[in-house]
Write a protein of this length. Structure first.
Length: 293
């Protein structure tokens, strides 16, 4: 058995399974996902990336094996990645030994690194909830519920919480906030996509990127995704792109678009006055906007 215990978490390998337990101060996505057992057949590779402070231990999973990675579609930062572990300087030798053990097992079992035609990990435990911005999303395996907070637009709050069964969902898409552009968690109804921006769409959360907790919306997306018949069909199709989770990257606002930047400044000021942002958070966000101007 190989084991490495760090403040960031604990990884153990018994020859068949890599068991991952996040640390107490790990990113909220990792904490909410909890303990994860990764079967050897789901592993495409493993590596240790050294740096001056120690390094990072990383599992590379076979394409399509993990619903969380599929829902994230490459947009998870290292801190939120369930399959990355920060290694302290005095434990680099243990990390390298861990890599050797997993690699040897992959060679002995002749595990291919090609994509798989089914999910090999169970995904988030139900019920699952997450999000932020203007509300919270929850899913119990049958029904999605979007509960709005006081920051949501009247177009959403007028009808109360949005509740709809899985049978009414055709697709789910998650995009984190990027730069000055808000992100979203959006559920597309079977009748067709809603044309309204996420800010006004009762089938979507508007994500502002003001806290790490917002990223937990990806866990709701993953839990729904793996239960959609369309997602199963898309995954089964050889070479099919992740159409149910792939969302277009938002275009960065031009440098000359001062109106958008000024609107962002006003929004930040309102959030600060309302007590949503601390002085430090407001100052940091404000400086980022000013640098863009």
């Amino acid at each position: 058995m190989a084991e490495i215990i760090q403040r960031d978490g604990t990884w153990t390998f018994d020859g068949d399974t890599v068991r991952i337990v996040p640390g107490g101060k790990a990113h909220p996505v990792r904490q909410e996902l909890g303990e994860t057992a990764v079967p050897l057949e789901a592993v495409a590779g493993v590596s240790f990336e050294p740096d001056r402070k120690g390094g990072r231990l990383r599992l590379r999973l076979r394409g399509g094996a993990c619903p969380v990675l599929r829902a994230a579609d490459g947009r998870l930062k290292d801190g939120a990645d369930p399959y990355a572990l920060t290694v302290e300087k005095d434990r680099t030798g243990v990390a390298e030994y861990f890599v050797d053990e997993v690699r040897n097992a992959l060679l002995i079992e002749q595990v291919p690194d090609t994509p798989v035609d089914r999910f090999l990990l169970p995904g988030p435990t139900l019920p699952v909830s997450g999000g932020g911005g203007d509300g919270t999303a929850s899913f119990d395996g049958e029904t999605v519920r979007l509960t709005w907070n006081w920051k949501a637009e009247e177009a959403k709050t007028a009808g109360g919480a949005s509740t709809f069964p899985l049978s009414r969902i055709a697709a789910v898409r998650w995009l984190p906030a990027i730069g000055l552009e808000n992100g979203y968690l959006r559920f597309e109804p079977v009748e067709g996509p809603v044309s309204s921006p996420p800010k006004y769409d009762p089938y979507a959360l508007d994500l502002w990127g003001m806290s790490k907790k917002e990223h937990t919306a990806v866990l709701v997306a993953a839990a729904v995704l793996m239960r959609l018949p369309g997602a199963r069909a898309a995954l089964d199709a050889p070479g099919a792109p992740p159409a149910l989770t792939k969302a277009p990257e938002p275009a960065a606002p031009p440098a000359s678009d001062h109106d958008a930047l000024l609107r962002r400044l006003r929004e930040l000021g309102e959030l600060h006055q309302a007590g949503v942002l601390t002085d430090e958070e407001f100052s940091t966000a404000k400086q980022a906007v000013l640098r863009s101007m």
